[in-house]
Write a protein that binds this ligand. Structure first.
Ligand code: PHE
Length: 338
């Protein structure tokens, strides 16, 4: 009797089929009223007493195995039946999901950082909410000095403001590291300006700083020329005009030859042949000393540019507000930019 149970178990374990009808037939043949398992269970009373325990366990296991097998077969066959009934056409093209793209400012930010990265500039970042020292005083803006009005500031209180430039990050870098320093600081900056096609109260900058022994104005010029050619093309020329910033001396404004007319004169460059792209200069010795760097040993240069401005020139965007409106018709045009 025990062998019979084992034999049946093997048979059941090996059973397979392809239709729900076959599963039903299998159920009737095994645990139906006159099924093989049911009949064997009926034999329980004839099993000698000493084998009753073992037989009981085995027959229960057999019954459970059959039930599990039936459930499993049913489930998988029902599923495949649903799939064939709904007639899913797997050869149909999928529905389009629109791919996102990087924001043009992110594209240009990365490009600027890559260009300077190739000549050894690291990237440094700092807080958007700054104290007076890092945004102004360390950078040679004395209290009450009119130069502070060059940058209309959002003050939080007397001491704290939203940073007006990322030069504040460079102060932090100078305070916390030793020359040689070669770093670019990208980030959001804030100025209390009326929003127009050419200005916004929030915009983005990348500022650069290089400090070492014997850094000269020629190094600055060469670095900016390299940047302009990488960014706008091999034929680009640069022009430096004297300017004023409290933290650099001498200071200059940097122009590049107009991308549209190559310097011949057009509407974009207002017939001057040049477009302004950034400010720069030799770091004022006072700034180095303020940040714990000996100005008798070290010198350096700094420069700063607006990412919006570079992007507008590069892609001929005529209104700065486009960058903040998130209009997909505008953003989609930059899909292939990387
Ligand atoms: N910090 C200046 C600005 O925001 C730019 C600048 C940086 C100019 C470094 C000169 C040197 O306008």
């Amino acid at each position: 009797m025990l062998e019979q149970v084992d034999h049946l178990l093997k048979e059941i374990e090996g059973f397979s089929c392809n239709t729900l009808e076959e599963v039903e037939a299998f159920r009737i043949q095994t645990i139906g009223k006159k099924g093989s398992v049911t009949l064997l269970m009926g034999e329980f009373k004839n099993v000698p007493n000493e084998q009753k325990k073992e037989f009981g366990q085995k027959i229960n296991h057999l019954k459970n195995t059959v039930q599990d097998k039936i459930n499993l077969l049913k489930e998988s066959l029902e599923e495949s039946e649903v799939a064939t009934q709904t007639k899913i056409d797997f050869s149909r093209p999928a529905e389009f999901t629109s791919l996102g793209s990087r924001h043009p400012l992110s594209v240009v930010r990365k490009e600027i950082l890559d260009i300077f990265g190739r000549i050894g500039f690291s990237v440094s970042e700092g807080p958007e909410i700054e104290d007076d020292w890092h945004n102004f005083s360390a950078l040679n803006f004395p209290p009450e000095h009119p130069a502070r009005d060059m940058q209309d500031t959002f003050f939080i209180d007397n001491e704290i403001a939203l940073r007006t430039h990322t030069s504040s990050v460079q102060v932090r870098v100078m305070e916390n590291s030793k020359p040689p320093i070669r770093t670019v600081s990208p980030g959001r900056v804030f100025r209390n300006e009326a929003i127009s096609a050419r200005a916004h109260c929030i915009f983005h900058q990348v500022e650069g700083l290089y400090i070492d022994k014997d850094v000269s104005f020629a190094d600055l010029k060469q670095t900016l020329m390299y940047f302009a050619k990488e960014m706008f093309g091999e034929k680009t020329e640069i022009r430096l005009r004297p300017s004023y910033f409290p933290f650099t001396e001498p200071s200059a404004e940097v122009d590049v030859s107009c991308l549209i007319c190559s310097g011949k004169g057009c509407n974009v460059c207002k017939h001057t042949g040049f477009l302004e792209i950034m400010g720069c200069g030799m770091v004022d010795p006072n700034v180095l000393d303020n940040c714990g760097i000996d100005s008798k040993v070290y010198s350096g240069f700094a420069f700063g540019m607006g990412i919006e401005r570079i992007t507008m020139l590069k892609y001929q965007v005529n209104d700065l507000r486009h960058f903040f409106e998130n209009d997909l018709r505008f953003l989609n045009q930059f899909k292939s930019a990387y």
